[in-house]
Design a protein around this ligand. Structure first.
Ligand code: SF4
Length: 375
């Protein structure tokens, strides 16, 4: 991952150094083989040349991986046997993981648990949406880490701990598996390559991501987990807020808007009696007005999870919150809850199958074996 490009204030820079160090240890190699999935066409062409083949063989690998969606090198039917053997001999594999469990809710939302090479489970979700009679689409919600280090107090993923960042192939394969599961349904008219191009929502968890994304001028909507209108309350809900204060976060969001011209979406989970009053909405509106013009609030009524004391607010409380924001000219949406009968909240399904909390992987400490419940 690239380093942030901009000069930062000292306290923020210190916080970032800590995070970058954590991120390096979290990306320790855990796979014994090298994965083809996630490599670009130029990289695959170079690999072919390195293994004594002509460059166009790399283009064939690209088609086999992303169009034919071959799962094993043995399925690479139209490349020469000698090339297949050279790939295997050099330690390459396709890099696909088995599905550990999948569950489909009555509204079609499908949650899939993939079992990675180190036995960790990750959750990925396909959400079919019918916009109107003539148009439908499929949203893929993919994981970028095993667990999450930020440990937001209301979140099942946060409660499950954190092990490591995912490798590129472990992210790409989530899109492929969703595509396979929904193959043949009307919303899947586009191929996987188009999905990759259409990936226009990025959920940011920390400052280095915000700055890096802004510097690349990506045409993506940045979604920031806010959940509170002031620093004190935010620290009780999002522990990481201590190292990334609200003022610095809002400055980075303003810069993101100025650099990319794309508005920032502020995700705000509504927790009954905690952050859902009219006063909280007014304070939130005031905070956002300091951020310039490019913002939107996405309210997420809390999805209850096992063992949590938080509750979802009543509908009239949610509406009052929306009204208070809109009266102050803040564009607001309320996220529709999907897949309630498939453990809707992020991380809920994985926690059913992975009982002991994740521990962060590092090169020096062997990984503890996850305690998996058989599917
Ligand atoms: S809400 Fe998002 S950032 Fe917070 S613990 Fe859950 S996954 Fe991590």
């Amino acid at each position: 991952m690239a380093s942030p490009q901009h000069v930062r204030a000292a306290p923020l820079a210190r916080a970032l150094r800590t995070r970058v160090a954590a991120s390096v240890s979290a990306t320790s190699p855990v796979t014994s083989r090298r994965a083809l999935l996630g490599l670009s066409e130029p990289e695959l062409r170079q690999l072919a040349v390195d293994l004594g083949q002509q460059s166009y063989r790399g283009k064939q690998l690209h088609d086999l991986l992303y169009k034919s969606k071959a799962k094993q090198i043995q399925e690479f039917s139209y490349v020469p046997k000698v090339f297949r053997e050279a790939l295997v001999g050099a330690g390459w594999s396709v890099g696909r993981s088995p599905v550990h469990h999948a569950v489909t809710a009555s509204d079609g939302t499908t949650k899939i648990l993939l079992k990675l090479e180190d036995n960790r489970l990750i959750e990925t979700v396909g959400i079919p949406v019918n916009d109107d009679k003539s148009s439908s689409r499929l949203t893929a919600c993919v994981s970028s880490q095993v667990g999450c280090p930020l440990r937001c107090s209301f979140c099942a993923t946060g409660k499950g701990g954190f092990a490591r960042n995912l490798h590129a192939h472990e992210i790409v394969e989530q899109v492929l598996v969703i595509e396979e599961i929904f193959r043949g349904t009307p919303m899947l008219k586009q191929g996987t390559e188009n999905w990759a191009k259409d990936d226009n929502n990025l959920h940011s968890r920390c400052s280095q991501h915000d700055k890096m994304l802004a510097s690349h001028k990506l045409q993506s909507t940045l979604a920031v987990s806010l959940h509170a209108p002031n620093q004190k309350l935010r620290e009780t809900i999002v522990p990481s807020a201590k190292s990334y204060p609200l003022g610095a976060l809002m400055d980075d969001c303003k810069n993101y808007f100025l650099e990319t011209g794309r508005r920032v979406s502020f995700e705000y989970t509504l927790l009954a009696g905690i952050n859902d009053t009219k006063e909280h909405a007014e304070e939130l509106a005031e905070l956002l007005h300091t951020c310039g013009g490019g913002y939107h609030v996405n309210l997420i009524p809390y999805n209850p999870i096992q063992g949590s004391e938080y509750k979802r607010p009543y509908r009239k409380v949610i509406q009052a919150f929306v009204d208070a924001l809109e009266a102050r000219k803040i564009t607001t949406s309320v996220r529709q809850t999907r897949g309630l009968d498939a453990n809707a909240a992020c991380g809920q399904l994985r926690n059913e199958f992975q009982k002991n909390p994740l521990l962060e992987s590092s090169p020096s400490s062997p990984q503890s074996e996850p305690n998996l419940v058989p599917a």
